[in-house]
Design a protein around this ligand. Structure first.
Ligand code: GDP
Ligand code: MG
Length: 181
């Protein structure tokens, strides 16, 4: 049978310097560069999962590129996206704390216009920096559980594998959302 194709817009969100670009570029190129400029581009990359091909359009959003941001601009980005990758750093407590309200904002915005469960994956990045860890794996897992999101702890610096898991996990959530009655 012909492979089923899907397309999905993905917004990568999180505090500054948590590794949003590192994670995105890892997925796109399998490489870790170290420093990433701000980009306004949306990158497309496909992934085969569960017999389907999913073409992601990935927006690695940086708040620093636009300075102070309007909540209406955030609302527009959220409406553009079909799925979300919310990144924090395990070394940065504040970056973790902003995610719960972020998930609630996204769910409120998306579920007002759609019946489908919105695919969201939470990512604790910089797992390699274990001496600087301030957010435990358990806290990350519990947050994800409490808001019904996927969860991964990864190191974009150390390996490609983690970023692949994140995008595969998101792809599986897309498939689930489409299959649900
Ligand atoms: P963004 O602002 O969220 O896009 O963050 P960047 O991707 O630009 O990364 C911010 C800084 O953290 C850069 O210096 C990266 O090299 C570094 N970084 C990103 N991911 C990791 C990681 O997994 N481990 C370590 N040790 N550093 C990382
Ligand atoms: Mg960036």
């Amino acid at each position: 049978p012909a492979m089923q194709r899907m397309e999905a817009n993905v917004l990568v969100l999180g505090a500054d310097r948590v590794g949003k670009s590192a994670l995105t570029v890892r997925f796109l190129t399998r490489r870790f560069i170290g420093e990433y400029g701000d980009t306004k581009s949306i990158y497309s990359h496909s992934l085969a999962v569960e017999g389907r091909e999913i073409l992601f359009h990935i927006w690695d959003f940086s708040y620093s590129q636009d300075g102070a941001d309007e909540s209406s601009a955030e609302e527009k980005r959220v409406q553009w996206a079909d799925g979300f990758i919310l990144v924090y750093s395990i070394c940065d407590r504040a970056s973790f704390n902003i995610l719960h309200p972020k998930v609630q904002f996204i769910k409120a915005a998306k579920e007002a216009t759609s019946q489908e469960k919105v695919p969201i994956v939470i990512v604790g990045n910089k797992r390699d920096l274990h001496h600087q860890r301030v957010v435990s794996s358990e806290e990350g897992r519990l947050l994800a559980l409490s808001v019904d999101c996927g969860f991964y702890e990864v190191s974009a610096a150390e390996a490609y594998h983690g970023s692949l898991m994140v995008f595969q996990g998101l792809a599986e959530r897309f498939c689930e959302a489409k299959l649900a009655p």
